[in-house]
Ligand binder design. Structure first.
Ligand code: FAD
Ligand code: FMN
Length: 602
């Protein structure tokens, strides 16, 4: 129906709204009208989805390229967004959809599909990809004969199961009949350049068929997705140099842990954040280590080298641009070839031995134990680009305005007779001086959000530095005067040494913002007690909160704590409902689908 013919009786609009719409349309040229129609469609979708920006979970459109992404910390989402932009610039119709918003049954309507997905844990999918990943392996998954696909994986080669989820997706889609038309790429942490190359190659492969399909279906290219929200100009690629205002140790003198409360000023930037987001922080490697590496490799500190497109001296490159701590097989392999060290060359052939070798070593340990004269550029080419570390934001802007707070555990350990520190935590806790500049960017995380309804109760499980986002949640709920109940589970080794933000937590308990706090100080008694034990001993009440609509959050250690808490939750559901384990797992899956079970684990 044309707008000129539109009247209030034939539409869901009031007469006044029809007039306004007609007035607006009269002012727009055809391109502006097409843009507004895309905007409104996306906006309607966004509202229906409870605020998921840019999602297009409609059924498959045969003339469009569907880009499905599964992303925990935003990297795959970023690559998927670039893929969408490049496709649109070629005049291709595209739908960009988070896997968490995608109805698996829409698969059978797809013709052209790309998957961008990261990997977590022991080769597991990110949270938002779990349901689809699992569905594809079930009998319910549809036949996909004739569907053309391309898959790109983001991962970290320091993990054993490198890009496993991307491999799974491709294998499962192929098994259902889909044809890979562009080779899968498994990309490491410094993925930017290779992702750009893959995007060009994949679109070259899709374009002829997609264009043919578009012309036969009369497909019109209407850009899908909301127009970009005014995002900060400061990103991972273009971070903001922010002032480090405060670094304060918040564990006791006798603690086995060194945890720092860090405050950074965002003044002068346009960076904003929401509780649940993380802050990306770049750091400088330890100058003493860099000088030792240069001595061990007999490289002159002033030698000029190239890192990506930038020319600088090798010393600065090692301090600012390259990883020297987090080890991974790729470095050992390149260093083995560059130096010809026989012990290292043997490892290249033996994956298991390689894993065992890198486990206790940082990169400079490998160099220390295998010194060799090298050319400066050769050393640089062995190393990967330094990556920002992410930290869960521990503050709400409703309370701290243009500051951002973090809770950082110093990574420190003894190995081979010397003390070792994490690259970023070591920099912030030991070397950076208050008042200096640190490069930062904010990383949005729509998968870890307070409920939109302030009356909804929340249960937060955050032992150790896992407390960080819950400090932000509590500040936010306090500022919003949210009436929903809040229950915090916190744990650490000792009450007297390790009760992070104790005064604040007790204050919130007193003011009533926190309805309940359960603490597990594991080493204060003969029997170890952890947050999962506290959950178990509150089984009835935890379940009653869930039944009353509570959202359940976990933050902190991914390896053990988050898994144990998950298992205990299943037990709680079984116990209180009489359900089988399978049905209890389904109960949790349903919670997750409703965004009521969210994790921020690392
Ligand atoms: C979304 C997200 C949120 C996060 N939030 C927080 C947070 O709020 N607070 C926080 O503290 N961290 C947080 N982290 C972790 C943080 O990003 C860093 O991984 C952490 O600070 C370590 O970084 P680093 O540069 O100090 O150490 P790196 O230089 O990266 O070194 C760490 C590496 O050292 C090695 N290593 C560690 N201990 C030993 C040992 N005993 N023996 C041998 N090798 C060892 C391991 O290989 C480890 O991967 C978060 C991570 C993610 C992904
Ligand atoms: C706790 C944690 C576990 C991870 N486990 C793996 C893994 O098993 N295999 C892998 O290839 N990458 C692993 N990674 C690396 C991520 O997949 C990588 O950082 C990726 O770029 C994240 O993309 P995303 O932001 O889209 O989720 C892990 C990262 C974290 C923080």
């Amino acid at each position: 129906m044309l707008l000129g013919q539109l009247n209030a009786l034939a539409s869901p609009l009031s007469q006044e709204q029809v007039q306004k719409l007609q007035g607006l349309v009269a002012e727009l040229n055809p391109i502006q009208q097409a843009w507004v129609s895309g905007y409104l469609a996306a906006n309607a979708n966004t509202t229906a989805l409870g605020g998921v920006v840019g999602a297009a979970p409609s059924a498959g459109d045969a003339a469009a390229l569907t880009i499905l992404y599964g992303s925990q910390t935003g990297n795959s989402k970023g690559v998927a967004t670039k893929l969408k932009e490049q496709a649109e610039s070629r005049g291709l119709a595209v739908k960009l959809v988070s896997m968490s918003d995608y109805k698996p049954t829409a698969l059978k309507k797809e013709k052209f599909l790309t998957v961008v997905v990261s990997t977590y844990g022991e080769g597991e999918p990110p949270e938002d990809a779990e349901t689809l990943h699992e569905f594809l392996a079930t009998k319910k998954a549809p036949k996909l004969d004739g569907v053309k696909i391309a898959v790109i994986g983001l991962g970290d080669s320091s993990y054993e199961f490198f890009c496993q989820t991307a491999k799974d997706f491709e294998e499962r889609l192929n098994k259902l009949g889909a044809e890979t038309i562009y080779q899968r790429a498994d990309l490491d942490v410094d993925y930017d350049d290779e992702a750009a190359t893959w995007i060009t190659g994949a679109l070259d492969a899709f374009e002829p068929d997609l264009k043919a399909q578009q012309s036969t279906t009369g497909g019109q290219v209407v850009p899908f997705g909301a127009p970009a929200i005014a995002a900060s100009q400061y990103t991972k690629q273009n971070p903001f140099a922010a002032e480090l205002s405060l670094v304060q140790k918040i564990t006791g003198r006798d603690s086995t842990k060194d945890v720092r409360h860090v405050e950074i000023s965002l003044e002068g930037s346009d960076i904003t954040y929401t509780p649940g987001d993380s802050l990306g922080v770049y750091f400088l490697n330890d100058e003493a280590l860099v000088d030792e590496v240069l001595t061990l490799t007999q490289i002159d500190a002033a030698s000029q080298v190239k890192v990506a497109d930038e020319e600088l001296n090798v010393r600065d490159a090692l301090i600012e641009k390259l990883e020297l701590t987090q080890s991974y097989p790729g470095f050992v392999e390149k260093y083995a070839i560059a130096t010809g060290a026989p012990e290292l060359l043997r490892l290249v052939e033996d994956k298991a031995a390689m894993r065992e070798y890198i486990e206790p070593r940082q990169i400079f340990d490998v160099i220390r134990q295998n010194p060799a004269k090298l050319d400066a550029q050769t050393l640089v080419d062995c190393l990967r680009k330094l990556q920002a570390r992410l930290y869960s934001i521990a503050s709400s802007q409703a309370e701290v305005e243009d500051e951002v707070h973090l809770t950082i555990g110093l990574v420190e350990f003894e190995a081979f007779g010397s003390e070792h520190f994490g690259g970023c935590s070591g920099y912030l806790a030991r070397r950076a001086e208050e008042g200096c500049k640190v490069k930062v960017f904010s990383e949005h995380n729509d998968n870890f959000r307070l409920p939109a309804n302030d009356e909804t109760p929340v249960i937060m499980v955050g032992p150790g530095t896992g407390i960080a986002p819950f400090r932000a949640f509590l500040q936010e709920r306090d500022a919003r005067e949210a009436s929903g109940k809040n229950w915090l589970f916190f744990g650490n080794p000792h009450f007297t040494q390790d009760f992070l933000y104790q005064v604040e937590i007790q204050g919130y308990l007193k003011s009533g913002l926190l309805s309940k706090v359960d603490v597990a100080f594991s080493r204060d008694q003969a029997e170890k007690v952890y947050v999962q034990d506290k959950l178990r001993s509150n089984s009835k009440e935890v379940f009653a909160w869930l039944e009353a609509g509570a959202h359940f959050y976990i933050c902190g250690d991914a390896n053990r704590m988050a898994k144990d808490v998950h298992q205990v939750l299943i037990g709680i559901i079984e116990e209180n409902t009489g359900k089988s384990k399978e049905d209890a797992e389904q109960y949790l899956k349903d919670l997750r689908s409703a965004n009521r079970y969210q994790k921020d684990v690392y």
